[in-house]
Design a protein around this ligand. Structure first.
Ligand code: SAM
Length: 293
């Protein structure tokens, strides 16, 4: 394989002018930058970056020196108009966030929205993303997942958010900081129960990468067993329920409550309305509950 040939092929593709390129950058390992990302960074006139120092590090690694503009969460709207002004003159502009894919728990969405409504083209380049990288190694068979990103900073809000996802038939994917990982794992075990599996992906693509899958009930002890296990960057994935919770099981408390104060047929009809569960099933259960089934 001749690498130069592949890079030439990437460079000879068409990179339209007056376009915003969303470039995913490595989450730890510089070799994860794609050939197309390299070609785009070589072609663009300007790089808008969440952190211009880390953008310059990536550009320097490629021997490139490009004008950089800082575009982060505190100035995203106002700097978007400078990007649009550059696009208007026909420039190609790249946007890179600190690491990984722009707009995924990172700035970029407002820029995209402004550029699109100004009528300019946007070309996203796929590449590194911590959530997808972790999911690929979790080994959880079912495919649906819910990407929650970072939990709310306030404990009560974080708990409320997690509690609302407990019954989802999807894996819950979280980003977490090292100083909160123990607390969050404790909360997960309390809300999701000790048997559900947790996948802990730490320092993905880096020297001390570690991947651990274990029941939630064992996760806190595992993290405490070695202080290094609480260091670095984390993706946490809680295994989703294999099936949605049994609808009938959810409807039964409603039926019971209504049977206590209404005639059987009315209690059944109202439970059908409230829960959407079939009349026949509920009628049979109502008869059992009344002792007549
Ligand atoms: N835009 C990025 C992406 O596409 O993954 C995510 C940026 S978000 C501000 C940073 C969080 O992503 C970290 O706090 C951590 O939870 C997760 N993360 C980023 N790099 C990681 C890595 N190498 N290993 C594990 N988690 C990582």
């Amino acid at each position: 394989m001749d690498l130069a040939v592949h890079l030439d092929a990437a460079l000879s593709q068409d990179y339209p002018q007056g376009t915003l390129y969303l470039v995913a950058t490595p989450i730890g390992n510089l070799a994860d930058l794609s050939l197309r990302a390299i070609a785009v960074l070589m072609q663009v006139d300007r790089v808008a970056a969440e952190d211009t120092r880390s953008a310059k590090r990536v550009l320097g690694h490629l021997g490139l020196d490009k004008p950089c503009i800082a575009l982060h969460r505190h100035n995203e709207r106002s700097v978007s108009s400078s990007v649009i002004a550059a696009l208007r003159t026909g420039e190609r502009v790249a946007y890179v966030c600190d690491a990984g894919t722009p707009a995924i728990s990172d700035p970029g969405a407002k820029l995209v929205e402004s550029v699109r409504s100004a009528g300019y083209r946007i070309i996203p380049l796929p590449g590194p993303n911590a959530a997808v990288c972790a999911l690929s190694a979790a080994g959880f068979a079912q495919t649906a997942f819910y990407f929650a990103g970072f939990l709310p900073a306030r404990a009560a809000q974080a708990e409320r958010a997690l509690a609302s996802w407990v019954d989802l038939p999807a894996h819950i994917v979280l980003y977490e900081a090292p100083q909160r990982v123990l607390t969050t794992v404790g909360l997960l075990a309390r809300l999701f129960g000790p048997r559900r599996h947790l996948f802990i992906a730490r320092e993905l693509t880096k020297l001390f990468e570690s991947l651990e899958r274990l029941p939630l009930g064992e996760a806190e002890t595992w993290l405490r067993a070695d202080p290094n296990r609480q260091r670095g960057e984390f993706v946490l994935i809680v295994e989703g329920l294999a099936e949605p919770p049994d609808e009938l099981a959810r409807a039964l408390p409603v039926l019971e409550r209504l049977l206590a104060c209404l005639p059987l047929s009315e209690a059944v009809a109202l439970t059908v309305d409230l829960t959407g569960v079939g009349r026949k099933e509920l009628y049979a259960r109502a008869l059992e509950l009344k002792g007549g089934g």
